[in-house]
Design a binder for this molecule. Structure first.
Ligand code: PLP
Length: 390
């Protein structure tokens, strides 16, 4: 392929653009992962990552993608035949359900329309019916990356408490951590699953489990075989800053830098920045006369926006024209949304002008592909970025 000048716009909802500071932090010789220099790095990252999850409890770091961290959450806490309550919020919730099923977990999968998040009232009603406490875990995807819908974790926690049910609460924050407000301890989550390649601004390759004391107790009791994912081995080695097998050393250098960047900006500011860019994006979509897939404003995602393309038009053709003409990648429609939506990632290392470039690319693409829309989306977003709600 011929060289293309300027930076590629990687505006899929993860992996996200890796900032230069993180790239430079990783550009180092790999060191002995059993030596004292590594030990200091290990201690730094294992402690430094906790505030990003809003936890004072252990966070386990695997050399894995997010799917590995999904699997780790299951094999450490659940046993074959255990019942769990899950919700069909979209493609990723479906994949997590499929993964759990492969381990013999019995998943009650509450059907959904891929436009809404988890309904706290349904959680409460379902758990209240389960008087024998057969349901061992409630498993929720915080931010459905396939739809741009964010489920309300604090309300779901309250629903579990109102039902007075002892189920574990497992939450996937793969496309929300470091982008959308999240508090593992305060919201009473037992296992938080995350990955490196989205809000944490790293390349793919790290998976995370933040674990509560209740989850650790469940892990001790549970019979499901595991080795690579075993929390116990990890925590034993982590206590001295080490890992039970070769860690992704250079990604850990990157993680240290990424956490420093999030802390310098301040997590509250990071979340507000994502909220603001998401709102500007939705204003652009509305001005174009197109539809945001997320149906409920209370569940709009701040890390991505899925945009519905009018019937008879192909979202993937729009994406390929934009890639070819403007060197920008947008997210494809996944599963049943294939061809029907495109997804704009506005998370990670991102600012006002990154958003304006992104939206300009989309508006030009809409024109070039003849997708019916009104002009003025870019102008509407600009107006919001300049003047806010005024
Ligand atoms: N869960 C969510 C919400 C995701 O967005 C993704 C990937 O995009 C995954 C799970 C799977 O993670 P990975 O592709 O890193 O294995």
């Amino acid at each position: 392929m011929a060289h293309r000048s300027g930076r590629h716009f990687l505006q899929i909802p993860g992996p996200t653009n890796v900032p230069d500071r993180v790239l430079r932090a990783m550009d180092r010789p790999t060191i002995d992962h059993r030596g004292p220099e590594f030990q200091a790095l290990g201690r730094d990252v294992l402690a430094g990552i906790r505030p990003v999850f809003g936890t004072a409890q252990p966070v386990i770091i695997y050399p894995s993608s997010g799917t590995g961290a999904w699997e780790a959450a299951i094999v450490n806490t659940l046993s074959p035949g255990d019942r769990v309550l899950m919700f069909e919020t979209g493609h990723f919730a479906t994949l997590w359900r499929n993964l759990a099923s492969k381990f013999g977990i019995e998943c009650e999968f509450v059907p959904g329309d891929w436009r809404h998040g988890v309904d706290p009232a349904t959680v409460e009603a379902r758990l209240a019916e389960d008087r024998g406490h057969a349901i061992k875990a409630v498993m929720v995807v915080h931010n459905e990356t396939s739809t741009g819908v964010t489920s309300r974790i604090p309300l779901i926690r309250k629903a579990i408490d109102r039902a007075n049910h002892p189920a574990l609460f497992l939450v996937d924050t793969i496309s929300s951590l470091g982008s959308i407000d999240y508090r593992h301890d305060e919201w009473g989550v037992d296992v938080t699953v995350a990955g490196s390649q989205k809000g944490l601004m790293l390349p793919p390759g790290l998976g995370f489990n933040a674990v509560s004391q209740k989850a650790l107790a469940a892990a001790k009791a549970n019979r499901l075989p595991r080795s690579y994912w075993d929390w116990e081995d990890m925590l034993k080695a982590n206590a001295t800053g080490f890992f039970p097998y070769t860690p992704a050393t250079n990604l850990l250098y990157g993680l240290k830098e990424a956490v420093a960047m999030l802390m310098e900006e301040g997590l509250a500011n990071v979340f507000a920045r994502h909220d603001r860019h998401a709102e500007a994006t939705r204003r652009a979509v509305n001005a174009w006369g197109l539809e945001v897939l997320a149906a409920d404003p209370a569940e709009f995602s701040s890390s991505l926006t899925a945009v519905v393309v009018p019937d008879g038009h192909d979202a993937d053709r729009l994406r390929s024209v934009i890639l070819e003409r403007f060197d920008m990648s947008l997210g494809t429609g996944l599963g049943r949304l294939a061809g029907k939506v495109f997804r704009i990632g506005h998370l990670g290392d991102f600012n006002d002008l990154t958003l304006m470039g992104t939206l300009a690319g989309v508006e030009m693409g809409l024109r070039l592909t003849g997708i019916p829309h009104r002009a003025g989306g870019v102008a509407a977003a600009m107006e919001y970025l300049e003047f806010g709600n005024s």
